[in-house]
Design a protein around this ligand. Structure first.
Ligand SMILES: *Cc1c(COP(=O)(O)O)cnc(C)c1O
Length: 322
């Protein structure tokens, strides 16, 4: 495995630790930024059980970088008679490039490119239930299926039903419009903006909100898949105003006093509610939650500067927030 792919994914899971806990010996090849096919060729021996390639899901290496291609690794593995295992991470099934996103290798490409076993998550880009999915050559998949651990790891019927419903959207070409995660990634910015406009008029119908406006914004895809990718988006932007409670209080009321909780963020002295991750059905709920949060009693001389507010039980770590 390349030294450039020794990742820790969410929840503190570290690929080297996972491998060690299987009883396998991890042999690192190459360097953090550059690993060539020749590095694998040099390290391979009669004790090699597999070549492993892991998606750099949560970080990016920029500058002078090099990776061995999947095709090169497949050739080296085949020459030795060992499988090439590829941990694809998020599990794109369709090419995101068609929506202007960075290209994310798909499971189909990985199999076609020569990976013998391709592993990916059911709940990241795929947009389905938490599950680990393995695809690849029947020889290896059959061996895995017959392994005693499979009994403990196999999913139950609820997961399978949710996965089937998710995959049916892909099969019928409706994934990008009907799966929430895919919809949020693929939706054209004009549609996001129209939703933000509906949200703004719904809030204005409920409360006077002089410092609330519509603003272009940048949405980040985030870790687990495209750690650096940014999407053009549209948001409601609430600026501080004497007639409105401090932004930190509005943010907290949205998060802790709304059902369901509404997660906004504060940046550049503005509270942002991005419409990209809102479903159309959420608009009235979010509008009502924001109107309630804005209606909190407050002193007109409250500011966004941390004030000597009484500490609260639910906020021990930062009593200034609020
Ligand atoms: C997310 C991720 C996993 C784990 O996926 P699950 O969501 O736990 O199934 C494994 N490897 C990589 C590279 C990942 O990004």
């Amino acid at each position: 495995m390349s030294r450039g792919e020794l990742v820790e994914i969410g929840g503190g899971f570290r690929v080297p630790d996972v491998i060690a806990s299987c009883g396998a010996t991890l042999v690192e090849v190459g360097t953090t930024n550059k690993t060539r096919a020749a590095d694998f060729e040099r390290a391979i021996s009669e004790r090699t059980g597999a070549l492993l390639s892991v998606h750099q899901s949560n970080f990016a290496v920029v500058g002078f970088t090099q990776r061995a291609s999947r095709e090169e690794l497949a050739r080296i593995a085949a020459a030795r008679g060992v499988p090439l295992l590829e941990d694809l991470g998020s599990g794109a099934l369709i090419d995101l490039g068609q929506w202007g996103l960075p290209h994310e290798p798909t499971a189909r490409e990985a199999v076609a490119g020569g990976a013998d076993v391709v592993m990916f998550s059911g709940d990241k880009l795929l947009g389905g239930p938490q599950a680990g999915i393995l695809v690849g050559r029947a020889l290896w998949i059959d061996r895995l299926r017959k392994h005693p651990l499979m009994r403990a790891l196999r999913p139950g019927r609820i997961v399978l039903a949710a996965l089937e419903a998710t995959l049916a959207r892909y099969a019928s070409g409706r994934a990008s419009s009907e799966l929430p995660a895919m919809r949020a990634l693929c939706e054209p910015v004009e549609i996001v903006r129209a939703r933000a406009e509906r949200l703004l008029s719904s809030v204005r119908a409920l409360t006077a909100s002089p410092s609330l406006s519509l603003s272009p914004s940048i949405a980040r895809v985030g870790g687990g898949t495209l750690p650096l990718a940014e999407l053009p988006s549209a948001a409601l932007a609430l600026a501080p105003h004497p007639s409105c409670p401090p932004l930190t209080r509005v943010e907290r009321a949205l998060r802790t006093e709304s059902e369901p909780p509404v997660i906004a963020r504060i940046a550049d002295d503005t509270l942002w509610l991005d419409a990209r991750t809102l479903a159309d059905d959420d608009v009235p709920l979010v509008a009502a939650a924001l109107a309630r949060a804005l209606a909190q009693p407050h002193r007109t001389n409250d500011t966004n500067t941390p004030a000597p507010l009484p500490p609260r039980d639910d906020d021990q770590d930062d009593p200034r927030d609020g």
